[in-house]
Design a protein around this ligand. Structure first.
Ligand code: C2G
Length: 453
């Protein structure tokens, strides 16, 4: 019996896929089809697959062409599948010519002519027309965001809003953008969705206006500086059936998602302590980060990251929250802050600093072991699960491409197309983070829980 194997995502199964499967089947007597898992697709840079793995498997099965359907989960699996299933022929479309020649040492490799004028990308475009996104703000993060958006299909950043014409012109030139606006209402009329990348203190007003104008919003973290304001934005979004995302990039990174799932699986026992640190020295004291009127400071700037991992694993109901902080006398912003959170059965510390440097790792401790994510843990691409017996250490690696903003953009675009948010950062989690930031901002009224040193 001659065994043939082929692989693919098979998103929105179309006649191009079916043609391929028919011809692959004819190459032998038994056809094995490997359907890629979501995590594998993300790891190889395919970010906009629209159907679930189960749906894609069902579709392949419904063709009646596959004798066996398997799931492809990792790079290098093809070699072991070929050996495991005694495969004689590996077949794949001609868009991959040359890419799989290395498999020739194990079996015959056949590239089949790709069917013209049809692709999943084309079908996705038809189902979901390209979303026109406008960027609010023209600073560093806006620039990085626009570059990263190019890796996500289904979205096109078409224009930018700002105040300073000279800066806008330079910004547009460097990013090959052809339109800028200095009038926010005019800008809103010309986009489907907005990304807000302004100083923190302006987030609320600009998000609110965009939502009221019927636009989906992706807002840089922290979404606002108070729980009340964040709640108001979510309320408007929900009433108007709009998607509102807080852009904490770590939340959407595939390796972070894996970290959270593994920690929640009980692999280290009951989670009892989390210690997460993020410091980033800002040299320029005249910058936005040191400007109290713009919501500057360590906790507003960086707090979202450690608070994200804490809320994901321990929830949104600590029994007690207290802070120790070091304030810059001249600027009146915190150059380092530690937030202590005491939960019913666990505790956690979030440490952030823009004026004091510290190792930026994250340690999640449990009753049977701990997980360490080395610095920079917020760009999660690697972690170790360690136990009393060091021989049991597990190392988990994952891809974190570019600046990592592409993952949040892809998630946001998918949410718009599907009409619902993912679990990766819930409204409750954003509200919780806003609350902790707000309590700190109002520190005068919280004297006994704040220690200034
Ligand atoms: N295909 C085709 N004609 C098209 C579209 C796709 O022949 N018009 C083929 C592809 O060449 C591939 C298969 O259909 O052999 C599945 O295509 P995709 O779903 O796009 O999957 P792909 O990303 O090519 O995955 O490990 C995964 C594989 O490497 C390929």
């Amino acid at each position: 019996m001659k065994r043939v194997i082929t692989y693919g995502t098979f998103d929105l199964l179309h006649y191009g896929h079916i043609n391929l499967l028919k011809r692959a089947k004819k190459l032998g007597d038994y056809l094995i089809v490997g359907v890629t898992s979501e995590t594998y697709d993300i790891s190889r840079g395919k970010l906009n697959v629209s159907q679930s793995l189960q749906k894609r498997i069902d579709n392949v099965k419904s063709t009646g062409l596959a004798d066996l359907v398997i799931v492809e989960e990792f790079e290098g699996q093809k070699v072991s599948d070929i050996k495991k299933y005694n495969v004689d022929t590996f077949a794949i479309g001609s868009d991959w010519v040359g890419e799989f020649d290395y498999l020739k040492q194990f079996c015959e490799v056949v590239y089949l002519e790709r069917t013209k004028d049809i692709s999943s990308t084309l079908l996705r475009k038809k189902a979901n027309p390209i979303i026109k996104m406008g960027v609010v703000g023209n600073g560093k993060i806006a620039k990085r965001f626009i570059k990263e958006s190019k890796y996500v299909s289904g979205v096109d950043v078409s224009c930018v809003y700002g105040r300073n014409i000279q800066h806008l012109e330079e910004f547009c030139k460097s990013l090959e953008l052809n339109k800028y606006y200095t009038d926010y209402d005019e800008f809103l009329k010309n986009v489907d969705v907005v990304y807000v990348a302004l100083p923190h203190s302006l987030h609320f007003a600009f998000c609110k206006k965009a939502l009221l104008a019927g636009k989906h919003v992706l807002c840089e973290k922290p979404i606002t500086l108070s729980q009340k304001e964040t709640a108001e934005l979510f309320k408007i979004a929900s009433e108007k059936k709009l998607i509102l995302y807080e852009a904490i990039k770590t939340a959407y990174a595939p390796c972070f998602d894996r970290l959270i799932s593994m920690a929640q699986s009980g692999i280290i026992g009951k989670i009892k302590d989390i210690d997460a640190t993020f410091t980033k020295l800002i040299e320029n004291k005249n910058s936005r980060e040191f400007d109290v009127s713009l919501g500057g400071g360590s906790l507003t700037e960086l707090g979202s990251y450690p608070l994200l991992v804490i809320t994901k694993l321990l929830g949104t109901n600590p029994k007690n929250i207290s802070y120790v902080t070091s304030i810059d006398d001249e600027k009146n912003v915190d150059i380092m802050t530690k937030v202590f959170l005491q939960y019913e059965n666990a505790f956690a510390t979030a440490t952030v600093g823009i004026g004091i440097k510290k190792e930026g790792d994250c340690i999640i401790s449990g009753t049977q072991g701990y997980i360490i994510v080395p610095a920079p843990w917020w760009k999660t691409n690697y972690f170790e699960i360690r136990f009393e017996d060091l021989n049991k250490t597990q190392k988990v690696f994952y891809r974190f491409d570019g600046d990592g903003l592409r993952y949040e953009i892809a998630d946001f675009i998918n949410a718009i197309n599907k009409g619902t948010k993912t679990y990766k950062l819930t409204n409750d989690e954003s509200l919780f983070i806003s609350d902790i930031i707000e309590k700190f901002m109002n520190r005068k009224s919280l004297k006994k829980n704040i220690h200034v040193i």
